[in-house]
Design a protein around this ligand. Structure first.
Ligand code: 4AD
Ligand code: MG
Length: 480
């Protein structure tokens, strides 16, 4: 009579067996002859129905078994007469492990808004929607490791505290042990970071790429999968201050090999979720359809969630250069709008999300790999193209998401790299360790970064990135 998880109960036939199930009450319906209690233990989106006879289970226990309470139910699995499930559990004994006072428990058996649930992130994990999202998130993380492991890539752990700002964007969170109210000072009155723990200024990492490059120069093909931190404006539905990034880095790859890998990888993890998260994705598909129905007709997705996922997994991504994209945008019927006009006038500016959405959702209607961006709008480490104006960059844009991947072939030529760093005011002496890979045994190499939450958003159809990470870090939100 040992504990069995609901997922296992539903997978096999357990008729006639005596089992113990533990879980949280989702709903309870009672009349004077019988109580039906639906419980969920997190192993699956499906609840299991417990049937309790008031002659067998005390009135007090049945009262305490209210929505949100945690129960241990011991009983017999019998064929079910109409609960929509083939079997149910007739309770012989119910123990209330933890009560949930109905007057104060915030989750009621009704639909709550995502905004409300965000405020109770510590409890929202118990809802159908968030249970589904976090099970899918888990499956995607597992698929990432499986994909790279099967391909012979090595998982490397890069530091979270570092002195470098890999993207050179100045959007780092500082790390210090100094008492900033009363810091030690140098003779000229500045904070003396020599007295700090690391004897220098440090910050949380914005990307594991630079260390990943070092590792690829010895292990060949590596990937990182860890938290990254950006003190940028994250008051959008696509930005977090703390997000997880997957960054493969490969020796001997050129820009095209990099694009091929990224496309194959994305298709693999999406297919993995489709195969392994059927119940959760069916639920999320319905949820997304309800959300779509509440939008104005011209903003609705043509395809439902599951169809979108299948489409991306099965069709080739569109590849084109930044310059070709600008031409399409110039000639689009959107070019009268101010935001589009801006591009028409000036080659070399970064695309705004409106432009990306137009290309992906209106023009090509499929994922787009945009390559060869102007060097001015990209990081110092990207390989310069023959034209002297562009670099071997790639961004992958997804419908409904925008940029999901950013990557490039790296500049492996020492002189060109040093010159570019100087132009961009990146300190070359401090980065001697990075430049050493160009001094000793340099080789063409490439890599990319996938924003994990943006992938989870795409696969679950959740509109706001704060709803795909358990405890989102955004401006003003870091309580727990
Ligand atoms: O384009 P990004 O800034 O590229 C890099 O960091 C490179 N070092 C990657 C590499 O080549 N190894 O970021 C990569 C991806 C973006 O495409 C986006 O999906 C995600 O990381 N991302 C964010 N996700 C959530 N919140 C934010 N604030 C994000 N910033 C970037
Ligand atoms: Mg980017």
């Amino acid at each position: 009579n040992k504990r069995i998880k609901i997922k296992a109960l539903l997978e096999d036939n357990h008729l006639g067996q005596s089992v113990t199930v533990m879980g949280w009450v989702r709903t309870k319906r009672s009349n004077k002859n019988v109580s039906f209690i639906a419980i969920n233990d997190g192993s699956t989106i499906k609840n299991f129905q417990v049937v309790a006879d008031p002659n067998q289970i005390s009135e007090d226990i049945l009262k305490k078994a209210s929505t949100g309470a945690c129960l241990k139910v011991q009983g017999l699995i019998v064929a079910s007469q109409g609960s929509g499930q083939s079997s149910e559990l007739v309770a012989q004994n119910i123990e209330v492990l933890g009560e949930a006072d109905p007057d104060t428990y915030p989750l009621q058996p009704k639909k709550h808004s995502l905004e409300f649930l965000r405020e109770i992130a510590h409890l929202r994990i118990r809802t159908n929607t968030f249970g589904a999202v976090f099970r899918v998130r888990h499956a995607l993380a597992f698929a990432v490791h499986k994909y790279f492991n099967d391909k012979g890539f090595f998982y490397i752990h890069t530091p979270i505290i570092t002195a470098s700002d890999a993207e050179g964007a100045g959007e780092t969170f500082k790390v210090t042990t100094l008492d900033l109210k009363n810091p030690p000072k140098t003779e000229d009155g500045k904070i003396d970071f020599k007295a700090d723990f690391f004897e220098r200024e440090t910050n949380l990492t914005v990307s594991g790429q630079l260390e990943g490059e070092l590792a690829a120069m010895g292990l060949g093909e590596i990937y990182t999968f860890g938290p990254t931190f950006r003190a940028e404006n994250s008051n959008t539905a696509r930005h977090l201050a703390e997000f997880w990034m997957i960054e493969p880095e490969m020796a001997f790859y050129d820009a095209e090999d990099n694009q091929n890998l990224a496309e194959e990888f994305l298709k693999y993890v999406i297919s993995y979720a489709l195969e392994n998260c059927k119940d959760d994705l069916e639920f999320l598909d319905k949820r997304a359809a309800e959300e779509e129905a509440s939008k104005p007709a011209d903003q609705r997705n043509e395809l439902g969630l599951l169809d979108r996922l299948k489409f991306v997994a099965e069709n080739e991504f569109q590849r084109l250069t930044y310059t070709e994209a600008i031409d399409i945008l110039k000639n689009s019927n959107q070019n009268k709008k101010k935001k589009f006009q801006y591009l028409v006038e000036k080659w070399g500016v970064d695309l705004q999300s409106e432009h990306e959405r137009y290309l992906v959702e209106k023009h090509f209607k499929k994922p787009v790999i945009l390559t060869d961006y102007p060097k001015e709008i990209k990081a110092f480490y990207m390989r310069q193209n023959e034209d002297g104006k562009t670099v071997a960059a790639m961004d992958i844009l997804f419908p409904g998401i925008g940029e999901i991947v950013g990557g490039s072939q790296r500049e492996e030529r020492l002189e060109l790299l040093v010159n570019r760093m100087k132009e961009m005011h990146i300190p070359t002496e401090e980065m001697w360790w990075y430049l050493d890979t160009r001094r000793f045994g340099a080789t063409p190499h490439a890599g990319f970064g996938l924003g994990f939450e943006r992938l989870v958003q795409f696969v679950t159809g959740m509109g706001n990135i704060r709803d795909v990470i358990a405890f989102p870090r955004t401006p003003g939100h870091a309580e727990f």
